[in-house]
Design a protein around this ligand. Structure first.
Ligand code: PEP
Ligand code: MG
Length: 325
């Protein structure tokens, strides 16, 4: 394990046939330890901002958020920092918001939906993010996008916030990229349209699996039905990734599958060139990329799309990758 870290943690992820894959970091706090990941990653592919709102009685102020976003952006310099706007609800609860009980919170008023209902919260976060944008390479992405309406509404908020800041004479970068998380099947299937309206996509395989398989990702009673290798999931990822690639837009995978040894191979073969993961998966993924020819990854992905069960996929991948895992 230590040998793996020593050899691969900071090694550029390039396949033997010369294709580079960006290995980015999933960040969920700004502790000194988590920011250590800045040393060995190509950026932040997923900056979960929920921690700012959790375990407290009041909402974080614009100033407070600005300071933290600035810190992370500064730390990563030219490398992208992909800030995900508030993704609360479902599995993620907040003390500072008295949210009503819902029978089906994962299908309820969560994430972007909640931000639309509480423009004060959404605007405060966007203002803080845009103000911080001058300190680095900021990408902003919206979670739980289900429709084109969601995209247009979110972009409208951004336009208003930018106009407001301009009116106040407050500087922000003109290069901030806007993107969406693809974690609901409906938007994966409409990704060709979505790709024309945003700069990038990041595929959240944790929720995409939950919503595709109709399995609560937290309920142990049904965990056997949460099949990350189900070919249906790979077909959706294929559709979404292809749409963004065909439109010349960046696509990342920031769910667990991106840092999974078998999963990452398929994602590479489907054209994904950015994988974002927790720090614990970085070394093994850099090793995988360095040992897997892209030509082989493409073959592997094509084969997976012809299989019919999760078990077949897992068996096939274990066999196909046995020499390099
Ligand atoms: C996902 O859904 O895959 C994802 C990356 O977001 P989260 O796990 O925070 O819901
Ligand atoms: Mg998610």
């Amino acid at each position: 394990q230590q040998a793996l870290i020593n050899e691969y943690m900071e090694k550029e992820a390039v396949t033997p046939d010369g294709v580079r894959v960006d290995i980015e970091l999933n960040l969920a706090s700004v502790s000194e330890q988590s920011l250590e990941g800045a040393k060995c990653t190509d950026g932040v592919g997923l900056f979960r901002t929920e921690f700012l709102y959790m375990g407290r009685d009041t909402l974080p102020t614009e100033e407070e958020q600005f300071e933290i976003y600035r810190e992370v952006l500064t730390k990563f310099g030219d490398r992208p920092v992909t800030l995900r706007t508030l993704d609360i609800g479902g599995d993620k609860k907040l003390d500072c918001l008295n949210l009503p009980h819902e029978e089906n919170p994962f299908l309820g008023n969560r994430a972007l939906r909640l931000c639309f209902e509480r423009p004060d919260i959404f605007r405060t976060q966007l203002r803080a993010a845009f103000r911080a944008s001058v300190y680095g390479n900021l990408w902003i992405m919206f979670p739980m996008v289900a429709s084109m309406d969601d995209i247009r509404r979110a972009k409208q908020f951004v336009a208003e916030v930018k106009e407001e800041l301009t009116g106040e004479g407050i500087a922000f970068s003109p290069d901030v990229k806007l993107g969406i998380m693809i974690e609901i099947p409906s938007i994966a299937l409409l990704a060709d349209f979505a790709a024309k309206e945003v700069d990038f996509a990041s595929i959240g395989t944790n929720d995409l699996c939950q919503y595709t398989m109709a399995v609560d990702r937290l309920n142990p009673a049904v965990s056997e039905y949460y099949q990350s290798y189900n070919p249906a999931l790979f077909r959706l990822i294929h559709i979404a990734a292809k749409s963004f690639i065909d439109n010349g837009k960046s696509v990342c995978v920031c769910g667990e599958l991106g840092g999974d040894r078998l999963g990452a191979a398929v994602l590479m073969g489907l054209g994904v060139r950015k994988l974002s993961m927790s720090i614990s998966s970085v070394a093994q993924t850099r090793k995988l990329v360095n040992e897997l020819e892209m030509k082989k990854a493409v073959e592997i992905a094509a084969k997976v799309l012809t299989l019919s069960t999760a078990q077949e996929v897992e068996q096939y991948l274990s066999e196909a990758l046995k020499d390099i895992l």
